[in-house]
Design a protein around this ligand. Structure first.
Ligand code: AHR
Length: 533
């Protein structure tokens, strides 16, 4: 659709909106959404839907890996129920082994017939058997069909240790390390998509300054050699927005000092009640003020990415100006830890970070996806913390029992966005207010999938009021709309081992499409994904 036509449509749209308002004078004005399908943006990398699995509580042992002799049905020690649920989710990439654990992880502890037991000092102070190591990680990935993001140890490691691990995993020549890998049962090299140099180096990864870490990063990156083609992306450890200082200090320093040797910089932001770290809500049984407070905190992700993106773009522009003829890459901002962080479930080891997962978390997930899609060119990978039994998990297990959380269902509903083309939107929505808090009632994003469909992700943040949406899609020949909705009666509705399907998606019949105008009525506190063909 050309500009003039788009202008006419927008005017027509305003008229329809006004008429709609007049007809239903008592009802609140509908939200309006313009989807610019004629202005395709960047591809939403499938890796935006990545997962993080750390050696933490029952995140791996018990949750993913139970060992071959377990009475829980398994394949080579991996739970069949969890593997099939993760396959169904089309998990694109998994980050491992940490997190804070990564900076005390020595890869040799986890290979071969005899494993080294150490204490997991970060998470619960319990013995770590290292039964799940490099071979088990790649076996797990092959079972679920995901790519590898491996996080190397900087805090207590060395460039030699990280380089040798890389050679062990990806080497294809006749070296002692490659022979050792083969002797341990793996002939072919594995493929690594992302190799990260340290984690949270400003904190648990070594309490470094940005300048010190940038120097160290350059030293490590110099020696990360591999014959893998294409080589793994090298990821530097960046900032977190959970401290009192939310400025992109590590990001800017790395961009200035180490840009030539990195492909992306990580960014962490957990949704907490705040304002201080440690001010956590309960995962269930919260009030409406806890509901809106958490949603308002999660929406801050947009501002953080915007600010970091601008800082990175400014430095990239200077470089381009200096060397206009050289090919330039756009460094990635990888949000490889995000999600809600609550008080641990009563009766659990506080170091295991076990928390329930409710409809509020489903809305948090959808709102973050809608933000990530907007910055698809920069945010080409994210990893929610974490896959199973830890923080905002997809899956909870209890011995042989397993349940899928509301967050799992949102990841499933948003699957069509993986590798789709992000479409710019203009959303005019009302406000949802409660107490001192105020947030937009709706969150939205849109994309064009590989087979030409338009997919729209929507969340109604208001737990009391329905949202009516009037959307116009330029440049679309779609004739029909299908959708799925996730909602429930209570704000803290969640699945339990006795009632594992209380919150699950169902077909959505509240949307109509005629002449490129889409109308939809979103119930309070709901996530809806629509597909237009
Ligand atoms: O995801 C839990 C922990 O949170 C990670 O280990 C660490 O990187 C972050 O602080």
């Amino acid at each position: 659709m050309r500009k003039r036509e788009a202008g006419h449509l927008a005017a027509l749209f305003l008229l329809i909106t006004a008429a709609f308002g007049a007809l239903t004078a008592a009802a609140p004005r509908p939200a309006t959404l313009i989807i610019h399908a004629d202005r395709p943006g960047a591809t939403i990398s499938k890796n935006v839907y990545g997962q993080f699995s750390e050696h933490l509580g029952s995140g791996i042992y018990g949750g993913i890996y139970v060992g071959e002799n377990s009475p829980i049905p398994n394949t080579r020690g991996f739970r069949n129920d969890v593997i099939s649920a993760l396959r169904e989710l089309s998990v694109p990439i998994v980050r491992w082994p940490g997190g804070c654990f990564a900076d005390e992880y020595h890869w040799r502890d986890g290979i071969g017939p005899t494993r080294t037991t150490r204490i997991n000092t970060n998470w619960g102070g319990v013995p770590e058997s290292n039964e799940f190591g490099t071979h088990e990680f790649f076996d797990f990935l092959e079972l679920i069909g995901a790519d590898a993001y491996v996080n190397a140890n900087v805090g207590t490691g060395s460039p030699a240790e990280a380089a040798q691990w890389l050679e062990y995993m990806t080497g294809d020549q006749d070296t002692t390390l490659v022979r050792e890998r083969k002797a341990n049962g793996r002939d072919k090299p594995w493929k690594i998509s992302i190799y990260a140099i340290g984690n949270e180096t400003w904190g648990c990864g070594g309490n470094m300054t940005a300048q010190y870490y940038s120097d160290l990063y350059n030293q490590y990156a110099t020696f990360m050699k591999t014959t893998q083609n294409p080589r793994p992306e090298l990821l530097a450890s960046g900032d977190s927005a959970n401290g009192s200082d939310t400025r992109p200090v590590f990001t800017e320093t790395l961009m200035e000092k180490a840009r030539a040797r990195l492909d992306a910089i990580s960014f962490h932001y957990y949704t907490i009640l705040g304002p201080r770290w440690g001010d956590f809500d309960t995962a269930t049984g919260f009030s409406e003020s806890g509901w809106i407070n958490m949603l308002s905190q999660t929406l801050r992700m947009d501002g953080f990415i915007k600010r970091y993106d601008a800082a990175m773009s400014a430095i990239e522009k200077q470089t381009w100006a200096k060397n206009p003829s050289k090919p330039h890459k756009k460094i990635g901002l990888y949000v490889d830890e995000w999600g809600a962080w609550y008080k641990p479930e009563p009766g659990t080891n506080p170091g295991f970070l076990v928390q329930q997962n409710t409809l509020r978390d489903a809305i948090i997930a959808a709102a973050n996806f809608n933000i990530f899609h907007k910055y698809a060119g920069r945010v080409r990978m994210t990893a929610i913390a974490q896959t199973v039994n830890v923080l905002q998990a997809m899956i909870l297990t209890d011995g042989p029992r397993m349940l899928l959380t509301p967050t799992y269902h949102v990841f499933h509903m948003y699957k069509p966005f993986q590798n789709a083309i992000s479409l710019p939107i203009e959303l005019k929505t009302g406000t949802y207010k409660y107490g001192k808090w105020s947030v937009p009632q709706l969150s939205a994003s849109a994309a064009r999938t590989g087979d030409g469909a338009i997919v729209i992700g929507l969340a109604n943040l208001d737990p009391r009021n329905t949202a009516t949406i009037l959307a116009i899609i330029s440049d679309s020949s779609a004739r029909q709309v299908n959708g799925e909705i996730l909602t429930a009666d209570a704000m803290d509705a969640h699945n339990t081992f006795d009632d594992p399907n209380l919150v699950h998606p169902v077909a959505f019949d509240g949307a109509k499409l005629a002449n490129n105008i889409l109308t939809a009525r979103l119930p309070p506190k709901s996530v809806v994904v629509l597909t237009l063909r």
